[in-house]
Design a binder for this molecule. Structure first.
Ligand SMILES: Cc1cc2nc3c(=O)[nH]c(=O)nc-3n(C[C@H](O)[C@H](O)[C@H](O)COP(=O)(O)O)c2cc1C
Length: 219
């Protein structure tokens, strides 16, 4: 992936701003959790492009369980912050992307994930086969499976955003039941997390990570 980190002269940060394209490695290296954002609305085009890129994340059997709730309404963001232990990055950001999995919707509409070139007969067989894989699991069990798919997309959103010159902070510090209630999401919805997104107005912290040798075993 090659993307552009656009110049933003309003950004109050010492981080070098560049118009040079970012490689995947550069997007990864320069991503860090940002909790203070420039007070300007998100470009709606960029927001949609970030979600389009995140939608290219792989899912098992291409079931595409990930759903995005994009919040830009200031009053709703304030309510979201209230059910997120009052973490101020939520209202500092111009938008918050709630990344969640809806496995039940995915299963009910599985035909939509199959190629248009498939014959009706093949489509029905394939859909029945995919549904059959989960028939012995309860909603919670298959919900967990769906969440593993959404977690991959969660990472993709962060890197797609960085590649387009935006920053995020992944968040699990919120009350899931209250967020479901606030957004009118079904009880079975499983959250990958919240992602406040915008242009950085702080540098964040330098990376402090294990060395490869500490976490990798080579066989
Ligand atoms: C799944 C997940 C949940 C997190 N939840 C929160 C959160 O609720 N609030 C917060 O301020 N940071 C949260 N973080 C951010 C981490 O603190 C941060 O990613 C970590 O310290 C590494 O810093 P970096 O993202 O700048 O590399 C979360 C990160 C992840 C991956």
């Amino acid at each position: 992936m090659t993307a552009t980190l656009s110049q933003n002269t309003q950004t109050q940060t010492t981080e070098p701003q560049t118009t040079q394209p970012l490689t995947v490695a550069e997007a990864i290296e320069t991503r860090r959790s940002i909790r203070k954002f420039v007070q300007e609305p998100m470009s709606q085009g960029d927001l949609r492009e970030i979600l389009r890129l995140a939608g290219l994340a792989p899912t098992a059997n291409n079931v595409q369980t990930t759903r995005f709730a994009v919040i830009q309404d200031r009053a709703l963001l304030a309510q979201l912050q209230a059910v997120s232990y009052n973490q101020s990055q939520i209202t500092s950001a111009p938008a918050v992307i709630v990344v969640y999995s809806d496995m039940e919707d995915a299963l009910n509409t599985i035909e939509q994930t199959l190629p248009a070139t498939m014959s009706d007969d093949d489509r029905q067989k394939r859909a029945a086969g995919l549904r059959g894989q989960f028939q012995n699991q309860d909603v919670a069990q298959r919900g967990q499976w769906g969440l593993t798919q959404a977690n991959i997309a969660f990472g993709f959103v962060m890197l797609a955003a960085r590649g387009l010159g935006y920053d995020t902070v992944p968040m699990l510090g919120f009350q899931p039941d209250k967020v479901r209630e606030l957004l009118g999401l079904p009880e079975h919805a499983q959250f990958a997390g919240l992602l406040p997104i915008g242009k950085r107005a702080e540098d964040g912290f330098p990376h402090h990570r294990h060395a490869v040798e500490r976490v990798a075993t080579f066989y």
